[in-house]
Design a protein around this ligand. Structure first.
Ligand SMILES: [Fe+2]
Length: 135
């Protein structure tokens, strides 16, 4: 239950942060102000040794987007959820995982969308991660 509350609290902060980035500026490379809240490959903070298994890997093929977290899944330690958000804050989708799932999710972009994409991944032990890519 604590993990879910933490996740919801962290997610609410992250969504608020993303909603404020209306300009489409490079958020992932400019998250110095969100230390300890949002972790990225560029700014992993306390989790510097966890980048490879926590920063979501995003693959864009046309309008199809795949988000994968290369993280082991067990009852004690697993990826809880992914989301995909456009630069204007539009949430394209999300997927909640159980410890038995593989932490991979797929999404379809709006027709003709070109711009920034924000993929998030939440680990029950290592917090909230963000990867930004261009579509
Ligand atoms: Fe983890």
């Amino acid at each position: 239950m604590t993990d879910r509350r933490s996740f919801l609290k962290t997610s609410a902060v992250a969504v608020s942060v993303l909603a404020l980035t209306q300009s489409g500026s490079a958020f992932a490379s400019d998250n110095e102000g969100y230390k300890g809240i949002v972790y990225t490959k560029e700014n992993p903070g306390q989790w510097a040794k966890k980048v490879g298994s926590h920063a979501p890997v995003v693959t864009v093929k046309g309008s199809e987007v795949t988000v994968e977290t290369k993280h082991p899944m067990s009852e004690a330690h697993y990826i809880v959820r992914h989301t995909l958000v456009l630069a204007d804050g539009t949430v394209i989708g999300g997927k909640t995982f159980t410890p038995k799932d593989k932490p991979v999710s797929t999404y379809t972009l709006p027709a003709g969308y070109k711009g920034d994409l924000y993929a998030t991944s939440f680990c029950n032990l290592h917090d909230f991660w963000l990867t930004e890519v261009k579509a």
